[in-house]
Design a protein around this ligand. Structure first.
Ligand SMILES: C[S@@+](CC[C@H](N)C(=O)[O-])C[C@H]1O[C@@H](n2cnc3c(N)ncnc32)[C@H](O)[C@@H]1O
Length: 253
């Protein structure tokens, strides 16, 4: 997908993270419901799928990224799209205070899984409308969920609103590899092998992993995400890529 040209004067036009994927839902208005049901239905299998197919983006990588972005003891953290709690758990380890980490997710199924073993407070909600007061946290994290928001600028404006001045946002994502060989390998493994193996256990898990790859492949490029972070008022905006596929976006309020 071609990124729209940068706009003058700081105004950035609305941008969905990817075009409608009409093989899964008919219209944009149906996307959020489709995604919520998909995660509700696969929540019980999510941690297992993640540990087998995460390509190293497991607990170690999440903790490393949080530490590198500057998360320290004493910080108050909001983990948006916490799912079963894989980022929130590592954030609680680093801050040393589980009560200082709040997990937020729209999927009741994912939150129920998180509640089983995660000692942090949890709340149902969406990135686009955070149920928190302005300037109330030091750190906002979002792991592997940026592709699911309705519009980048709306979510980033909310992250900016709830962060205290000087606070940090860290977004972890999988990005489409740029080289042809890397793209072909990622498409074969993430787009075909992983969904087929997951389908053997449960059809909905196969669909989750197929959707995972399709949204990665259709997602806007890193420059567009960086531009929208700047447009929401963030500074020091960076994207670090590891192994051509793991992206860590950081920015300061
Ligand atoms: C791939 S999981 C990631 C979970 C966790 N962050 C991790 O690192 O494993 C994506 C999560 O995003 C959540 N999600 C989907 N749409 C969302 C939205 N608009 N706002 C916040 N979370 C959303 C889903 O319910 C799901 O739990």
């Amino acid at each position: 997908m071609t990124a729209p040209p940068p706009t003058e004067g700081g105004a950035v036009p609305p941008q969905a993270p990817h075009p409608n994927l009409t093989g899964y839902y008919a219209a944009a208005g149906e996307r959020a419901g489709f995604v919520r049901r998909l995660f509700d239905d696969t929540a019980a299998q999510y941690d297992r799928i993640n540990s087998v197919f995460s390509l190293g983006s497991g607990a170690w990588y999440r903790r490393h990224a949080l530490r590198r972005a500057g998360l320290r003891p004493g910080a108050r953290v909001l983990d948006v799209a916490c799912g079963t709690g894989l980022v929130a758990r590592e954030a609680a380890r680093l801050t040393g205070d589980p009560a200082a980490v709040l997990g937020l997710d729209p999927s009741a199924g994912m939150l129920a899984e998180a509640r089983r073993g995660l000692p942090v407070p949890l709340v149902q909600g969406r990135a686009e409308h955070l149920p928190l007061p302005a300037a109330s946290v030091d750190f906002v994290t979002m792991g592997y969920a940026l592709r699911h928001v309705a519009e980048l600028g709306t979510a980033f404006a909310e992250f900016h609103r709830v962060l205290r001045p000087g606070g940090t946002v860290l977004l972890l994502e999988i990005g489409r590899p740029e080289g042809r060989l890397g793209l072909a390998l990622a498409r074969a493994y993430l787009g075909h092998v992983v969904p087929a193996l997951c389908r053997l256990r449960a059809p909905r898990s196969g669909m989750l992993m197929r959707y995972y790859w399709d949204t990665i492949e259709a997602c806007v490029p890193a420059e567009t995400i960086l531009r929208h972070l700047r447009g929401a008022g963030f500074s020091g905006v960076t994207c670090e890529t590891s192994l051509g596929i793991f992206r860590a976006y950081t920015a300061r309020r």
